[in-house]
Design a protein around this ligand. Structure first.
Ligand code: ATP
Length: 198
């Protein structure tokens, strides 16, 4: 089974593209969402987060105190590295077992969706890489609509990320997400090209 990564900047349309791959029968591992789930459900990880970041990392109902944690990790780079170093091995093991179940089910390929596949070096463990891009003004509008963020907030998140020009250098396949019809067509084309590689 081929392992294919799909990445792109904030609001480029990674998740939207992945939903279309899923419609074609491709299994998708949403690494960022899964990380958030594991931070709550994995007892050992929860314990190490509390040890390193304090009990206030979780709210009274047991859910993640995202506001607190993001204020800590985004104010100090070392703290972000520490959190990543705790979360990353747990997600890696989880995705490994997810992939090995799929191997037994004879899927041709699986997708791994994450915002940071290149920056973390995880792309090196994958066979192919898809990079999703979209015009910056569309990304800003779409994220403002989706998250209720301000234009300035979205722009500063875009500016903090690796530029698309760098990501595209490593891409085996590129999706230009200008509109939903062309997005669906590009997903279908890439799916067919990957199937032909096998
Ligand atoms: P993030 O990195 O922030 O998780 P993402 O790359 O996964 O973002 P999506 O969540 O797929 O991006 O898309 C961002 C928003 O834009 C969503 O609300 C989605 O429905 C919308 N969207 C995606 N593609 C298009 C499109 N071609 N036309 C209109 N809206 C779109």
């Amino acid at each position: 089974m081929l392992r294919v990564g799909i990445t792109g900047g904030i609001g480029s349309g990674k998740t939207t593209a992945c939903k279309l791959f899923e419609k074609l029968g491709v299994p998708v591992y949403y690494a960022d969402n899964r990380a958030k789930e594991l931070m709550v459900d994995d007892k050992q990880l929860r314990h190490s987060i509390i040890q390193n970041f304090g009990a206030e990392s979780y709210l009274e109902d047991g859910s993640l105190n995202r506001l607190y944690l993001s204020s800590v990790v985004f104010s100090e780079e070392k703290k972000l590295e520490l959190l990543n170093s705790l979360v990353h091995p747990v997600v890696a093991a989880d995705s490994e077992s997810w992939n090995s179940i799929l191997e037994r089910k004879n899927f041709a390929y699986s997708l791994r969706e994450a915002a940071l596949l290149i920056e973390t070096g995880s792309y090196k463990l994958l066979d192919k890489l898809i990079v999703v891009t979209a015009p910056e003004e569309d990304r800003i509008k779409r994220v403002m609509l989706r998250d209720g963020s301000s234009e300035q907030q979205v722009k500063s998140r875009i500016n903090a990320q690796m530029p698309d020009s760098e990501k595209l250098k490593l891409a085996d396949f590129i999706i230009e997400n200008t509109d939903l019809i062309s997005l669906a067509q590009q997903v279908k084309d890439i799916h067919e090209r990957i199937m032909k590689l096998l």
